[in-house]
Design a protein around this ligand. Structure first.
Ligand code: WT7
Length: 649
């Protein structure tokens, strides 16, 4: 197992501690430290108690059925996620409370109360139904961060259709792969999206993506309008507004879903070139999301909660849509870039809406640091009471900057470790209880049994590192990989029997705090986006000039990791700057801009073991300029020397 040794060095020197401020502790939803022990003694009882915060049409008969690696939670229970996220709040004092405060990048804004949101969701559900969408159908959603995105998800949930959101930054090819894998016949998209004042051509990509798929219906939200210059294809494409206007204003009956019915698919990268459709079910996922908002995010009715993620990723699913709405919170949703029109956009939003809880990514914090504190200082952020981070390990320096400049040393920070697969935060402080250490996600949340183990699966002693594992099932765990249960078993339960392997390395400190060290597989984390090395390699070798490619993640000041591609060209091809530019663009076009390599290094050969495996660790050492490790297994050691010189140039 190879992990970032620089990170380990820094962490081992970190000895700052931050106890929850007394005022925070006193008002926190979770402030009894005994909760950890009680939940550990009987996790099923703990989760059953948490599940009581949702509205069930039919109560469950059994909390957990565990046939490793398959779990069923709240067996026999029936509920509906949209009913829980919207309708139940329409019946009480939250009826006219703001559910979503949305701000568009150009500066337009809309507020949806729970009642208004409910009416829109009902209309959208009628619309989907009129287009033939039924329970269990997969609806692919490729939308920018506009209100129609959560409305579509909730409408799917209301019908019992399975949504599969594809992040708007993905290119046509990636969208096509996901449509094909999910076998969707309907796609919801927009004419275009706004990003940093420019247009993201969603409909154009969608047109390309649906070629050769079973999509026969596309609904297009006119986000941009005429400027987008899109054409609707007769018989296939529909204008969202026109369809919505035709729908009855009557309530849409929420489908009573079995707790184990699928709520959504969300694709994520793994070690092969093919993305995995992570399957989340209704009951367990919603219990996890809802509990997390109340425990880790201490959500209250008075809060204005702003998560800067995109709903195209799991963070947005759980922490913009299902978590906060199921808890009846007010959510701020922002469409665009943090530096448009200026670098203070987030702080402007915090001040304007009185945001109390702010959740973002370490890479964003490092970007703010680079821009300087003046953008933060321009605004009154005194409403903030809690901060959170997610996506990658946070370096203590960024943690401290967040604490000092944004939190004014008053707000606890919750560093939340989790994954698309886990559904909600697994390792994170409870802000009213847990003492934090900058750079550590601290300890597992109540009801979650995390450990750090060695190669044989034995727990390591404090002060050591190893594989991060989760030893017991939890409600919001993935149930399988869509259409590929074998891959589910092998990837997550193949190494240690009945124990979930997330694919991260971790260090356990003397206080049993967990320090995530990063991925131990061939997955790169670029600005919190998970990208498989194989996906980028496949894109590169598909280019006519490329013979072979090896892709690695090297450490990067702002992005956490950046993609470096080592490429050998075909006989007779000239490896020059023009080709570098072309290949970078080629990858962006094939996958999406976030997969664009930071640098491409041409080399006559790739370092391989005698059994012809590319030595990625070695490439990473080269890219990061470290002293080389053992290269005796290398088939041709001179390759390394050549590579080192090339890299320096
Ligand atoms: C991978 C999961 C969970 C939503 C965002 C990413 C890394 C995530 C942390 C954190 C250290 C983190 C892990 C994990 N990661 N949060 N707080 N500290 N590492 O979801 O795309 O499924 O990626 O992101 O490596 O395995 P994802």
């Amino acid at each position: 197992m190879s992990v970032d040794s620089n990170r380990l060095d820094t962490l081992l020197k970190e000895n700052r501690r931050f106890a929850p401020p007394e005022a925070f502790r006193a008002q926190a939803n979770f402030n009894d430290p005994g909760i950890y022990e009680r939940a550990a003694a009987d996790p099923e009882a703990y989760w059953a108690e948490q599940a009581g915060n949702l509205s069930w049409f039919t109560p469950w008969d059994k909390v957990l059925e565990w046939n490793p690696p398959h779990a069923k939670w709240f067996v026999g229970g029936k509920l509906n996620a949209a009913y829980n996220a919207v309708d139940r709040h329409r019946q009480g004092p939250r009826k006219n409370k703001a559910a979503i405060i949305w701000e568009g990048e150009p500066g337009d804004s809309k507020v949806y109360t729970y009642d208004m949101l409910g009416r829109e969701v009902d209309k959208a559900a009628h619309m989907l139904k009129s287009l033939g969408v039924k329970k269990g159908d997969r609806v692919t959603v490729y939308l920018p961060m506009i209100p129609e995105l959560p409305i579509t998800l909730l409408a799917c949930a209301k019908i019992g259709a399975i949504h599969s959101v594809v992040f708007g930054g993905f290119a046509a090819n990636s969208l096509r792969d996901r449509i094909l894998d999910a076998d969707s016949r309907i796609l919801i998209t927009a004419d275009a999206g706004w990003r940093r004042g420019s247009l993201v051509p969603l409909k154009k990509n969608a047109d390309e993506a649906v070629e050769g798929t079973s999509v026969d219906t596309i609904v297009v939200v006119p986000r941009v309008g005429e400027k987008a210059g899109v054409q609707l294809v007769e018989g296939r494409d529909h204008d969202w507004n026109a369809l919505m206007a035709q729908q009855p204003a009557t309530p849409f009956e929420a489908e009573p879903m079995d707790a184990e019915d699928i709520l959504f698919l969300l694709y994520t990268s793994g070690t092969t070139g093919k993305p995995k459709g992570i399957v989340h079910t209704t009951g367990g996922y919603l219990v996890g999301a809802n509990t997390s908002l109340r425990s880790v995010f201490d959500i209250k009715d008075e809060d204005v909660y702003f998560c800067t993620a995109d709903i195209g990723w799991v963070t947005g699913h759980t922490y913009i849509v299902y978590g906060p709405l199921s808890a009846g919170a007010t959510v701020v949703m922002y469409e665009g870039a943090p530096d448009f029109p200026d670098r203070d956009r987030f702080w402007d939003i915090v001040e304007k809406y009185g945001v109390t809880i702010f959740y973002t990514a370490p890479t964003s914090i490092r970007t703010f640091m680079k821009w300087g504190p003046q953008y933060v200082e321009k605004h009154n952020l005194s409403t903030l009471r809690l901060l959170g981070t997610v996506g990658e390990p946070i370096n203590p320096e960024a943690w401290m900057w967040f604490h000092v400049h944004v939190g004014k040393e008053q707000c606890p920070i919750v560093d939340t470790w989790w994954q698309t697969e886990t559904g909600c935060a697994m390792i994170a402080p409870l802000p009213g209880i847990t003492e934090t250490k900058p750079g550590s996600a601290t300890r597992p949340v109540p009801g979650i049994l995390v450990d750090v183990v060695d190669e044989q699966g034995n727990s390591v002693e404090p002060g050591n590192g190893g594989y991060l594992v989760i030893k017991k099932p939890w409600p919001s765990m993935l149930r399988t990989v869509w259409g590929d249960d074998e891959r589910f078993r092998n990837t997550y339960f193949g190494k240690f029997e009945g124990i979930y392997l997330p694919g991260d390395g971790a260090h356990l400190d003397e206080d049993n705090y967990i320090w995530i060290l990063g991925r131990i597989d061939d997955v790169i984390n670029v600005s919190g986006h998970r990208i498989g090395t194989m996906e980028v390699e496949s894109a590169l070798v598909a280019h006519p000039s490329v013979a072979e490619a090896a892709v690695i993640g090297r450490s990067h000041d702002v992005k956490g990791q950046a993609i470096t591609a080592f490429v050998t060209v075909k006989e007779g091809i000239e490896a020059n700057d023009a080709l570098v530019a072309e290949l970078k663009q080629h990858v962006a076009t094939a996958i999406g801009a976030m997969a664009r390599p930071e640098e491409i290094i041409f080399t006559a050969e790739l370092p391989k073991t005698r059994s012809a495996k590319i030595m990625r660790r070695l490439l990473r050492d080269i890219a990061e300029g470290r002293v080389l490790g053992d290269t005796t297994t290398l088939a041709d050691p001179s390759v390394v020397e050549q590579l080192k010189t090339l890299y320096k140039d």
